[in-house]
Design a protein around this ligand. Structure first.
Ligand code: ADP
Ligand code: MG
Ligand code: ZN
Length: 621
């Protein structure tokens, strides 16, 4: 805190005291007497005597010093206090009041004490005002720390502070993500036993950056750290730094680190750090506010002493957009990947969340995990919840395997759209389309077998879909596998062409995916003869869908487009050939799907492998 900061509140306080004093005097002179007097009605002495004679007066009080007489009368059930001037209290008047039946007394001389008057009128309000003033000052100095303008609460970082167990989330609530948990528990351990590390001379990383796609549990992991560590935990979201007023974001950063330094050892968690940590691009007229906030963050991270035990965690799903200065060692020197869960991870996550609901004993979580390939932790949590909701809807006490299977589809493709009725012809086309995908996938032995095919329309707009199951986990894909995948995507359209000799709009999503794969083969995976191992595209946002930007000349672009078409066309022809070769199976399966609307992978394989009806063993081979 600078001296400048110290002076300001005092100046403010002096001004405040002056205003308070003036206010008190004005109140005393004009407002208060008026308020006291307002309720008392001034009457003439004659009115008083008349009321007295008509027995309306209830009580009389003499204030002989001020030559005043106060009396109360009852008008329409309401008691009204009146006053009137009086010369002196004669015995005759006393007699008259006495006979009217009213009560009477002399005024109790409270107002006569000048000391009391002074106290009530001046000193008491002053004390109250000063009390408020001091409170106000305390509050302001607290908020103004670092605030450039000192404008009330603007400079305050409204970081939420958690201490142990207030979040209630432990590492055990986070399933999978073992590497991330291991790295983070080291940090927790350091905060608990710094001596152990200091002896060797190791210093803790100042910051750790959790990166990964949305919904993989980054925020959850940070909360678990808060739950495990016995130290204060400041949590703030990057967007909270972004202020309407230039400079306020920086002030908030300063305040946050000041608080953290006071509370050390502690953990500071900045969620969605990309909102403030974006690369500074040098554009003139860029977002000045964000840049200032980032600069402040960089300065603060350099400024504090790592051995003190302030650890900064941050989470983002756009690590490539972060400013390199932010991610260099010494600031966020640890990068903790939080990836989409693998099969085992998915199963564990399902189990963790299933503890919160009632499930049947015979539920096979591995099967669910297999079917939900590619789902994030958040989606898996959602699947469990949807299953519970479905069970309630159907009046069951616990969720079953069927509930879980259905909810995978709900999460992936939306709810069943009961109102949409396909015409017979459309239903038939959709049946052939979906079987086309499945058959092409099944006949190329490298493609994963299907799990389920349905032609029940979904709220997502899909008229039907084929759910494929990855049996094992793949981390590498061969060129052949990608080609087979493209062929599978084209299989739906191929079936339509083959059977109906016409094409529909139903394949737009397939086309999109096939194109993306084919393009990636050429521009990114180096799988074409022309370009060898040259990258023609750069991918940004790998965790958010992966937008690609071309990095090549216009001629090359044209060539890439040609090559892409060529790859897809080859696979399309291959798919057509496969279907042509298995035409009877295509008809058989499509007919079955048309009748049943849903077909499981098992049924599919049974039909596919069973021998054609009416043909003896010898005839097949
Ligand atoms: P993000 O990575 O986008 O910050 P969150 O941490 O907010 O994701 O996760 C959202 C929700 O998904 C969590 O509240 C939790 O219910 C669930 N979830 C995600 N990953 C896991 C996991 N590994 N184990 C258990 N639940 C998880
Ligand atoms: Mg998050
Ligand atoms: Zn399709």
């Amino acid at each position: 805190m600078t001296t400048n900061d110290n002076k300001k509140p005092q100046k403010v306080l002096a001004t405040y005291a002056l205003i308070a004093l003036i206010a008190i005097f004005l109140l005393n002179i004009f407002v208060l007497p008026g308020l006291l007097e307002r309720s008392i009605k001034e009457t003439s002495y004659r009115d008083f005597l008349m009321s007295l004679d008509s027995h309306q007066v209830q009580e009389v009080q003499f204030d002989t010093q001020n030559y005043t007489l106060y009396y109360t009368i009852k008008v329409d059930d309401r008691v009204q206090t009146c006053k009137t001037g009086i010369m002196n209290v004669s015995d005759e008047l006393i007699d008259r009041i006495y006979t009217s039946g009213a009560d009477f007394s002399n005024v109790i001389p409270t107002q006569q004490s000048p000391l009391m008057n002074l106290f009530v009128g001046l000193i008491l309000p002053m004390l109250v005002f000063f009390g408020i003033g001091i409170l106000l000052q305390k509050w302001m100095t607290k908020n103004m720390v670092g605030g450039p303008g000192g404008a009330m609460s603007f400079g305050k970082s409204n970081a939420k502070v958690y201490v142990k167990s207030s979040t209630g989330i432990k590492f055990s609530d986070v399933a999978g993500e073992d590497e991330a948990k291991e790295l983070l528990s080291e940090i927790v351990d350091f905060l608990h036993n710094p001596e152990k590390y200091r002896e060797i001379g190791a210093s803790m990383p100042k910051g750790a950056l959790l990166v990964g796609p949305p919904g993989t549990g980054k925020t959850l992991l940070a909360k678990a750290v808060a739950g495990e560590a016995d130290v204060p935990f400041f949590s703030i979201s990057g967007s909270e730094f972004v202020e309407m007023f230039v400079g306020m974001g920086a002030a908030k950063v300063r305040d946050l680190f000041k608080q953290a330094n006071e509370k050390a050892p502690c953990i500071v968690f900045i969620d969605e750090i990309d909102t403030i940590g974006k690369k500074r691009d040098g554009n003139i007229g860029g977002n000045d506010e964000r840049e200032q906030t980032l600069n402040q963050l960089l300065t603060e991270m350099d400024g504090f002493d790592g051995s003190k035990g302030v650890v900064i965690l941050a989470a983002t799903n756009r690590p490539d957009s972060l400013d390199p200065a932010l991610t260099r060692p010494g600031r966020f020197d640890r990068r903790i990947p939080v990836e989409l869960p693998d099969l085992q991870g998915r199963e564990d996550i399902l189990k963790v969340h299933a503890k919160k609901i009632k499930v049947a004993d015979n539920v096979n979580f591995r099967e669910i995990a297999k079917a939900a390939s590619g789902a994030s932790g958040a989606e898996l949590a959602n699947i469990i919840n949807e299953a519970a909701l479905r069970a309630v809807r159907d009046g069951r006490r616990f969720a079953t395997q069927a509930d879980l299977e259905e909810s995978i589809e709900v999460v992936i493709a939306g709810y069943q759209k009961k109102s949409r009725v396909l015409s017979e012809k459309e239903k038939l086309i959709v049946s052939y389309h979906e079987i086309g995908h499945a058959l092409v996938a099944a006949m190329q032995n490298n493609s994963a077998p299907v799990h389920k095919i349905t032609i029940i329309p979904r709220t997502s707009g899909a008229l039907g879909y084929t759910m494929q199951v990855d049996d094992g986990e793949h981390f590498l894909m061969s060129k052949e596998e990608i080609e087979n995948k493209i062929a599978t995507f084209t299989g739906g359209r191929a079936a339509e062409e083959l059977i109906f000799h016409s094409i529909t709009t139903g394949a737009s999503n397939d086309i999109e995916q096939a194109t993306r794969l084919a393009r990636a083969m050429i521009t990114r995976y180096g799988m074409s003869d022309e370009f060898d191992m040259v990258a023609m595209e750069n991918v940004s946002n790998q965790y958010l869908g992966g937008d690609a930007s071309l990095a090549c000349s216009a001629e090359t672009q044209a060539l890439i487009d040609q090559k892409t078409v060529q790859v897809v066309r080859t696979q399309h022809e291959k798919a057509l050939q496969i279907l042509q070769d298995n035409l009877s199976k295509l008809h058989e399966l499509a007919k079955y799907l048309y009748e049943h609307e849903t077909i499981t992978g098992e049924e599919f394989m049974n039909i596919l492998l069973r021998k054609p009806e009416g043909i003896s063993d010898a005839a097949t081979n």
